[in-house]
Design a protein around this ligand. Structure first.
Ligand code: CA
Ligand code: CA
Length: 304
């Protein structure tokens, strides 16, 4: 608990440094706006600045963590929800969620072909979430390079062209989960149920067993019951897994995970930031990738 509090204190200190930097830049900014006279526009600029600062702060927290240790778990500073911080007329709130604790949809296809191991994992995940497992086949077809359905439940352009609003299968990796909306069997409700458990990343990723939901942990195994996966997650929250040895010790010889799919650290982090200044409130999301001991790489950013 002490460690967690100290971690949070470091995070707040970094944020205050970022805010001070903005305040210091205000002098020139104020002279600038004398001719502008549009208060809203000025507030918008300031809010954008604050939003960038929040994002940079989050990336700095991710970097700071990688300098401390090489394992990532939910007891670390980056994973703690931060209460909104107010200073100098700004209000900032930010949240960091690692993406390696989720099933990466793009793992389904390697070099244009369906990876059957990944397909099985995705089917199991859907079943554990009480969603139709055959949806995995249609998603895999949407991503794989060919136009041959992998099963009766699959679907390719031939299927999609007969719809009232004809489309073609993407036949490539996706960059945003919303791209899966046209997939056979998919709809807004289903996608929103799936969203907390999946992600789309630009490269193959392993599952961080320290941050994955029990439904995904169970999907990585052919002999781990969902109830036992919940027990595993409860155990992990008391003492995180440093390596395969820790994981094997906890599982005993009752069950095993597919160890080729498993990781104990995370490479990708989704940063959600909200900023308010004056009458303006803005939000955005950014995906960062760890970059060794250097500042994390920004993969993409979208306005909320
Ligand atoms: Ca860490
Ligand atoms: Ca295809």
């Amino acid at each position: 608990m002490m460690k967690r509090q100290r971690g949070a204190a470091v995070v707040v200190a970094m944020l205050i440094v970022a805010l001070a930097a903005i305040a210091a830049s205000q002098f020139s900014f104020r002279t600038n706006i004398q001719w502008r006279k549009l208060e809203n526009a000025a507030d918008l600029d300031q809010a954008r600045w604050v939003l960038r600062a929040a994002e940079q702060w989050a990336a700095a927290v991710i970097l700071d963590d990688s300098l401390q240790n090489s394992v990532d778990h939910l007891g670390e500073a980056w994973a703690q929800d931060m209460p909104p911080v107010e200073a100098e007329g700004y209000r900032i709130a930010g949240r960091i969620v690692d993406q390696d604790g989720r099933f990466n949809i793009n793992n389904l296809v390697r070099s244009g072909r369906v990876d059957t191991t990944q397909l099985t994992i995705f089917r199991r995940l859907l079943a554990n979430l009480h969603l139709p497992p055959e949806l995995a086949d249609a998603v895999a077809d949407w991503l794989d390079a060919d136009d041959e359905p992998i099963s009766q439940a699959g679907a390719e352009s031939e299927y999609y062209r007969q719809l009232s609003e004809p489309v073609s299968a993407a036949n490539r990796a996706v960059v945003n989960l919303n791209e899966l909306l046209p997939v056979r069997g998919m709809n807004e409700k289903l996608l929103s149920q799936l969203r907390p458990y999946v992600t789309v990343l630009p490269a193959f990723s392993r599952v961080n067993v320290n941050t994955a939901a029990p439904e995904l942990l169970a999907a990585l195994s052919d002999n781990l019951a969902l109830a036992d996966a919940y027990a595993l997650a409860a155990q992990r929250d008391k003492a995180y897994f440093r390596n395969l040895g820790d994981l094997r010790n906890v599982l005993g010889n009752r069950a095993s995970l597919d160890e080729r799919q498993v990781a104990f650290s995370s490479q990708y982090f989704l940063v959600t930031a909200h900023a308010r200044y004056g009458r303006i409130a803005l939000g955005d999301q950014a995906l960062f990738q760890r970059n060794g001991r250097n500042f994390p790489n920004l993969i993409w950013r979208v306005a909320l």
